[in-house]
Write a protein that binds this ligand. Structure first.
Ligand code: GLN
Length: 637
């Protein structure tokens, strides 16, 4: 006779009943580890980077540099940042607290960490490369409501951990460049081992390594070696305790990377090796370097990449010719970083978050990329525009600045001051790069001061202004299908021939470029014809819709005045600096030293200086068939 699984367990003589109350077991299995269809065991490898002792050690820089070394060897890599926080994305995070909000090509808003990977790997990422606890819980709760767990009690283990493993395996299958498979997935876990919010990630990684088998997963503990000033020597105890904590979670690290101010001493390395079961050759000193871009070379010199290849049995996937070429290109850039600079310039950036520089980190990086290529030493001056007015603008920016950037922003504070700054740089011929809000400020300034429309403004700041030259267009909202949210992610921009934009972007004459956007307001089409006729040239626009995306002034009236509705800083890469920043830095070099422009030293500078008279006088390019602004159309030139 079949046994009734729900029957009480047989009573134990002398049993008080204490054990019996737990005796009814209804579950069929405690194992939940969904594997994506077509997943090939052994095809993909995993490197997990976990922080101990404290956060803020540069896990992202470490992980992206290591991933770069493997990518340079011809392997395909896919990074992922696993965040502990509950926000679904970074769109609503305050840049004061969290640094800038960055947008990926698919429109995902994320924080700066992912950008480090895009820059180091020169690889576009998307939403699959970033996950928060909030996203994972939301998925699990949705699945539960949809009946996806068939009456089981849904738990952190195995369901939440199962979801994490599923995400990682999916990424392995399609997270490589161009959506192909990844040889190696680099997993950066946010926070520090021991934090409540990331402990389920750590458990999921332990399970993943177990399921995938030997030589599948490499655990790297990134730790910190303290050097208290009162002692004047490095101490390893905090690092040891942090690593022990990781081992307590069931993870034996394969590699230990020691962040430190100065090179880690042999004694400390020996101690750490001894107490954490890691051979000395796999304990690395990752002390401070002059630039994050020299980290890959340092890792290579120490053999960190080769240890990873051994641990994961990857030697036969390496392409030495590819590696040689990639290393050569990168070391050329690293050499330029270290080399003495030929030029010295000062760039002013108007910033609402002047107190928190991270809010504009990508702009600083983009300047750094361009300046490295053009051998310029750049002094960045932050300008709080909240008290800038007609009486002090010349003092604030007219003196000593060789270029000005008005970056993106939201909210009214300091906006009038920014418009004053634009006026000042426009009338004084100071090189200008306007980004997003900086584009809008340039339109408003031109409308007010050249067209005489004193009531010109953005409806973001004055909903009832007399001349809404920057407006939120209901028509566009329909086109973009985003219903009131922002226009986010990569979009095409069609360039106008014979313009500064075409000079910068299209030496090869391909007139469509793809750039990243994050905005809600834009130039109102009803004013475009008037502005164009008065000399504000819209040299880049949406291929089909009346959305202005780049503006500029003619070379005859200004050496370098350009602004974009998109964010050029988001796609600047060390080896492929953004053309608008190259143009800005080149123009600033000439502003600082006109001789440099007469005899450009080296071909790099010459490439970015537009020859005088290369552009014809501006003509209106956009024909608006309806001036209400709601049904405006363009006729492409
Ligand atoms: N606040 C402006 C808009 O939404 C500019 C946005 C930005 O600079 N990123 O259009």
């Amino acid at each position: 006779m079949p046994q009734n699984p729900h029957a009480d367990p047989p009573a134990d003589p002398g049993d008080s009943g204490f054990l019996r109350q737990f005796g009814r077991s209804e579950e069929t299995t405690e194992f939940h580890s969904p594997i994506p269809e077509g997943y090939e065991g052994g095809r993909h490898k995993y490197v997990a980077i976990l922080g101990t002792v404290m956060s803020g050690l540069g896990k992202g820089i470490f992980s992206s540099s290591l991933a770069k070394l493997l990518k340079d060897k011809g392997l395909s890599v896919a990074p992922i940042k696993m965040e502990g926080y509950l926000n679904i994305d970074s769109g609503t995070l305050n840049p004061y607290r969290h640094g800038e909000v960055f947008v990926l090509a698919d429109g995902t808003e994320c924080d700066m960490d992912l950008v480090t990977y895009e820059r180091m790997l020169d690889q576009d990422l998307d939403r699959s490369n970033f996950v928060t606890s909030g996203q994972i819980y939301a998925d699990i709760l949705r699945l539960e409501r949809e009946g996806g767990f068939l009456g089981q009690d849904v738990q952190m283990i195995p369901h939440v951990t199962g979801q994490v493993k599923l995400l990682l395996r999916k990424l392995a299958m399609s997270g490589g460049p161009g959506g192909g498979p990844a040889d190696v997935v680099f997993i950066e876990v946010g926070g520090t081992v021991g934090d409540y919010e990331n402990s389920f990630y750590i458990e999921a990684l332990r399970e993943l390594a177990f399921e995938e088998g030997v030589q599948s997963t490499c655990f790297v503990a990134l730790t910190y070696i303290i050097e208290p000033a009162i002692l004047g020597e490095q101490k390893s105890k905090a690092a040891q305790l942090g690593i022990k904590r990781l081992m307590g979670a069931g993870i034996q690290p394969h590699i230990i990377a020691c962040r430190a101010h100065r090179p880690v001493t042999t004694t400390v390395i020996q101690k750490i090796a001894m107490y954490s079961n890691v051979p000395i050759k796999r304990v690395f000193s990752m002390h401070d370097r002059e630039s994050i871009y020299t980290v890959p070379e340092a890792m290579w010199a120490e053999g960190l990449d080769r240890e990873i290849l051994s641990i994961l049995d990857l030697y036969d996937r390496v392409d030495p010719v590819h590696e040689e070429r990639a290393r050569h290109r990168w070391s050329g850039f690293a050499e330029r970083i270290r080399a003495a600079r030929r030029h010295r310039i000062t760039i002013g950036i108007t910033g609402k978050y002047t107190a928190v520089r991270d809010a504009y980190a990508s702009i600083e990086r983009a300047i750094e990329h361009a300046a490295t290529h053009l051998s310029a030493d750049v002094d960045v001056k932050w300008l709080d525009t909240s008290d800038v007015d007609a009486s002090n603008v010349a003092d604030r920016i007219g003196q000593g600045l060789h270029a000005v950037i008005v970056p993106g922003g939201f909210g009214e504070r300091g906006f009038e001051g920014k418009i004053r700054c634009v006026e000042c740089v426009r009338t004084r011929g100071i090189p200008y790069l306007g980004i997003c809000l900086g584009f809008q400020a340039a339109v408003i300034e031109y409308a007010r001061n050249i067209l005489g429309l004193t009531g010109a403004n953005s409806t973001e700041f004055d909903a009832d202004c007399e001349h809404p030259v920057i407006a939120e267009l209901p028509e566009q909202k329909k086109i973009e299908g985003l219903g009131g949210t922002m226009r986010l992610g990569a979009r095409d921009v069609l360039l106008e021939p014979d313009t500064l934009a075409a000079f910068l972007f299209a030496p090869d004459r391909s007139m469509t470029i793809r750039q990243r956007f994050r905005h809600r307001w834009e130039a109102e089409p009803a004013y475009v014809e008037q502005l164009s006729a008065a000399g504000l040239r819209f040299s880049g626009r949406h291929p089909e819709q009346p959305i202005m995306q780049i503006l500029e002034l003619d070379k005859k009236v200004h050496p370098y005045f350009v602004a974009s509705q998109f964010h050029p800083e988001m796609t600047s890469r060390p080896l492929r600096p953004h053309p608008m920043f190259m143009g800005l830095v080149a123009a600033a070099i000439v502003r600082a030293n006109p001789d440099a422009g007469r005899k450009p030293v080296g071909s790099d500078l010459a490439r970015w200086l537009r020859p005088a008279g290369a552009s014809p006088a501006p003509e209106p390019q956009i024909r608006i068939t309806n001036t209400t602004g709601t049904t405006g159309t363009t006729t492409p030139a």
